[in-house]
Ligand binder design. Structure first.
Ligand SMILES: Cc1cc2nc3c(=O)[nH]c(=O)nc-3n(C[C@H](O)[C@H](O)[C@H](O)COP(=O)(O)OP(=O)(O)OC[C@H]3O[C@@H](n4cnc5c(N)ncnc54)[C@H](O)[C@@H]3O)c2cc1C
Length: 356
C-alpha cells in the first residue's frame, strides 16, 4: 500500500465495515500512525468478497474474481503476492435457453485474479494485523453500528452505538473520526439514525445499487467414474437468460476442491422483482434456469440461495469518497467509484489519505 504522510498527531479512528474498502482504509490509517478500531457486523472480514463453506468445498458467492488496473492496487497486492493467483477461465456467452453458446471474442482482456483458498482470504489476511493488537489497533466483530453520537465523556469525540450478538447493546467511544465503509443504503441508515451530516446524506441519493440472488449447488456424483463429461466444457458463462446473468464452475479456480460446484448469479432485474421471495422458491427457479443454460438436470446434493440486497452499484457517486472534515465523518465503499473490488480499494485508500 502506498505510504501516506506521517501525521504529527496520532488519532483514534473508527472504521465501520471490514470489506475491501474498510480494511484498506484502516490499514492505511495505521500506516500513517493512527490507532484504528475496525468494527464489523459479521463474524469475519471480507464483506462481499465472500466465501461460503460446504461439505463439498467452498463457493465464492459474492465477487467471483477481481481485476487490477490501478498501479496502487497492484502495489498493495505485491505485499503478499502468494495470496492471489490468476484464474485461467474459459468463458462463453450463452445466447438462449437451449444453451447455445458463443465463444468470447479473442483479444486483450484483464487478468481475472482470485485469492488462494477463497475470495475472503485476501481481506482476512490484510485485516489480521488490525485484530491481533500488535499495532495498537483492535477489531470488533459481530458488532453492527446503529448510530454515531457525541462521546458522553468528551464532546469533541464520537461514540458508536452497537448491536452485538443476540441483541446485546454496547457503546464504543473515544473516536476522533468515524469512517463508514459500508454500502450506501446502510451508511444512509446510520447517518439518519444519528441525525448527522445532512449534506453527505443528500449526496447519497444519487447512488443506485442492484440486488443479486445467488444460487450455490454441488454435484459430488459427478466425480464418479464414467461421468467425466458431466456438464458443459466451459468454466463460466455470462448469459442472456431471463433469470440468470452469470454461472461459474468453482473447481475451475486454481487450488480449489475438485468436486463439481457451481455458483449462479441471477440478473439484477429478476433479483429485484423476487427480492422478498422465499429462498426455497428462488432456489427452484434458478435451478431450472441453470439446467436450461448448462443442460445439467441432475439433483444437486447441496443447494443454497443467498440474497445480496446491495450487490453491485448501477450508478456510482462519481467521486472517491465523501468527507465532512470538520465533523470527522467520512464515507467510502465501491459505490463511490463503481462496482468492482478495485473501486472499493481505491475509495478506502483515497479517504484514508484525505483524513490521515
Ligand atoms: C454477487 C456479487 C458478485 C460480484 N462480482 C464481482 C466481480 O466478479 N468482480 C469484482 O471486482 N467485484 C464484484 N462484486 C463487487 C465486489 O464484491 C464489491 O465491489 C466489493 O467487495 C465491495 O467492497 P466494500 O468494502 O465497498 O463493501 P462490502 O464488501 O459490502 O463491505 C462492507 C462491510 O460492512 C459491513 N457492514 C455493513 N453495515 C454495517 C454496520 N452498520 N455495522 C458494522 N458493519 C457493517 C458488512 O457486513 C461488510 O462486511 C460482486 C458483488 C456481488 C454481491
Amino acid at each position: 500500500m502506498p505510504h501516506p504522510k506521517i501525521s504529527p498527531a496520532p488519532r483514534h479512528m473508527a472504521v465501520v465495515g471490514a470489506g475491501m474498502a474498510g480494511v484498506t482504509c484502516a490499514r492505511t490509517l495505521v500506516q500513517a500512525g493512527h490507532r484504528v478500531t475496525l468494527i464489523e457486523k459479521s463474524r469475519g472480514a471480507g464483506g462481499r468478497m465472500a466465501t461460503r463453506h460446504s461439505d463439498f468445498g467452498g463457493f465464492d458467492h459474492g465477487a467471483q474474481f477481481f481485476t487490477v488496473r490501478d498501479a496502487r492496487f497492484h502495489q498493495a497486492l505485491q505485499v503478499h503476492p502468494e495470496l492471489i493467483v490468476p484464474w485461467q477461465v474459459n468463458t462463453v456467452r450463452v445466447l438462449d435457453m437451449l444453451g447455445q453458446t458463443m465463444a468470447t471474442a479473442p483479444g486483450p482482456r484483464d487478468v481475472r485474479w482470485v485469492p488462494v483458498g477463497g475470495m475472503n482470504t485476501l481481506i482476512k489476511r490484510w485485516a489480521q494485523p488490525l485484530a491481533d493488537g500488535s499495532l495498537g489497533s483492535q477489531t470488533l466483530l459481530e458488532a453492527r453500528v446503529t448510530a454515531i453520537e457525541k462521546d458522553a465523556l468528551d464532546a469533541t469525540r464520537w461514540q458508536l452505538q452497537l448491536d452485538g450478538p443476540e441483541g446485546a447493546q454496547q457503546v464504543a467511544s473515544g473516536f476522533d473520526a468515524v469512517v463508514l465503509a459500508i454500502p450506501h443504503p446502510q451508511a444512509d441508515e446510520v447517518l439518519r439514525a444519528s441525525q448527522l451530516a445532512p449534506a453527505l446524506q443528500k449526496k447519497l441519493a444519487s447512488v443506485q445499487v442492484a440486488p443479486c440472488w445467488t444460487l450455490l449447488i454441488a454435484f459430488p456424483q459427478a466425480m464418479q467414474p464414467g461421468l467425466e463429461t458431466f456438464g458443459p466444457r466451459w468454466h463460466a458463462a455470462s448469459s442472456d437468460h431471463h433469470r440468470i446473468r452469470w454461472v461459474a464452475r468453482e473447481p475451475s479456480k486454481p487450488g480449489r476442491s475438485p468436486i463439481e460446484r457451481w455458483t449462479i448469479q441471477a440478473c439484477p432485474q429478476w433479483s429485484a422483482e423476487h427480492l422478498e421471495d422465499d429462498a426455497e422458491r428462488v432456489k427452484a427457479k434458478l435451478l431450472k434456469g441453470f439446467a436450461e443454460i448448462t443442460g445439467i438436470r441432475a439433483t444437486p446434493a447441496f443447494a443454497a440461495a443467498h440474497r445480496w440486497r446491495y450487490a453491485q452499484t448501477t450508478r456510482p457517486l462519481g467521486q472517491a469518497y465523501l468527507l465532512d472534515a470538520q465533523a470527522g465523518i467520512g464515507l467510502c465503499g465501491d459505490w463511490c467509484l463503481g462496482n468492482r473490488v478495485e473501486s472499493a480499494f481505491l475509495s478506502g485508500l483515497e479517504l484514508a489519505l484525505a483524513v490521515a
